[in-house]
Design a protein around this ligand. Sequence first.
Ligand code: HEC
Ligand code: CU
Length: 308
Amino acid sequence: MDSTLGIFNSQNALTDAGQGAAQTLWLTWIMTAAGIAIFVLVMGFIALAWRARGGGRTWWIVGGGVVFPVVALAALFAASTVVLRGIAGHMDAPHVIEVTGKQFWWDVVYDPEGRALRDSNEIVLPLGEPVEIRLKSADVIHSFWVPSIAGKMDMIPGRVNRLTVTATKAGRFRGQCAEFCGLSHPLMAFEVVVLPPGDYAAFLASLDGEARDAVTPTERRGAEIFQSAGCIACHRVRGLSEARIGPDLSRLGARAALGAGMWEMNTGNLAGWIADVGDMKPGAQMPSYNHLSGPDLRALVAWLESLT
Ligand code: HEC
Ligand SMILES: [Cu+2]
């Protein structure tokens, strides 16, 4: 697969770029260190037992078999409870983003109870500020996971799960669905973009109002085909259509990735997607448009790319 989206730099639970990820990483090291220490200890005891066969002493059994495990497990339980509470974080976050998992993409609504600004397949976060992410599902169970930023949480139909995240590094990070959800489950990823708070506010403002106008004749032709070919039945483009069956395309050209975090956003991939989506993402709930003429397809792609 020609995915060139730097998975190994940006999707890495060992490089923390968020509070939840940092806490999980801390717990991972504690658990690993404790596991290694206990393993070494037990091996030591086995060696001792081999040398001093017979003559059992009950305090070893009581101490090593009862007291030590109770103390060690209680300490590790306490550590993980503290981390879990920190991750679930029920504080009043100043920002709310609603993310709904769908086969096989992500519907995103910023400030759902206020301005309700919609986008898809990319989540922008303000640097250093807590954000409550409300996780929903429209069909089956998905799981929301951005390893560099926070722990993972399931998206369950009929439920709202809340995950509070605070990004601590600016940049791009990759997330993915972490629960098998159908044929193209492994092709259900997304990008997280962490911006300084001022830029975040500007980004939200850019989601208001109509999408960018078609300027060139080719772009205008593309916008017409988008309507005549029936794309408007499923896709929202602000000012043109409010459909919600497929991803919001109002700023498609500004996204780095196509098809829910999977392919580089470029002319070739975009044309390939429209002409034969089933080849790129088997089971995607979008028809293929292999009947479009070359010039029509090029115009459509040019217009979609101009939507930034
Ligand atoms: C029956 C509904 C439907 C129709 C009609 C439809 N699409 Fe889609 N489209 C979808 C769905 C659903 C997805 C998400 C697929 C996935 O990633 O699993 C999608 C995804 C896309 C994407 C990728 C979006 C992203 O964020 O990367 C593009 C681009 C797109 N469609 C363009 C078009 C164009 C252009 C047309 C018309 C020629 C069209 N679609 C017609 C349902 C539809
Ligand atoms: Cu999924």
